[in-house]
Design a protein around this ligand. Sequence first.
Ligand SMILES: [Zn+2]
Length: 215
Amino acid sequence: MAKLYFRYGAMNSGKSTALLQAAFNYEERGHRVVLAKPAVDTKGDREIISRLGVTREVDFTISPDAAVREVFEQHRVRSGKVDRAGRDVSCLLIDEAQFLTSEQVDDLLRIALLDGIPVLAYGIRTDFQTVAFPGSRRLLEVSHSLEELKTICRCGRKAIFNGRRIGGRYVFDGDQVAIDTSAGPVDGAEVEVEYESLCGVCYLQESGGVLNGRH
Ligand SMILES: [Zn+2]
């Protein structure tokens, strides 16, 4: 039976690198893989970008209202379903899976169970307020296999949260998704949005004890 796998971690835990490595491992053994990511992730557009400098274009992007199973099936058929060497797709790999909707994650489970194709989803578990992204919440609920990809905080402990800095200052209020730039607090000018993966202790030090917008 094919399974749905969720490999999650904080920012900078090497998720895209792990995804590209998994794709390479499949292909090295002669398998076909399909790569996809949500269209909401503006970073790199159609590219999966690993921090180690390896990049690769996805086979399709997933818009917020897309029926993932249908789009995947169309892609599978368009590319011949079974290629000239007689191979079907061995694996569907999804980057930035936190940005999927709950319904789209259900489709990933259907792809694994009804179409018999393993799905490997990689994503961030929680947002800058320590709240699960919709896609990640559903993946935590229905995946067969959960695997944490670890990274360390500046203090050396395991990082589990993501702090957001705008223009160099930590913020704990705002929209769930903010990538690269945001309207500045003073004059509305664009300022840089950055994230730092933090352990719980360092997160609480920066937030003054606030979790999920509350003391
Ligand atoms: Zn720390």
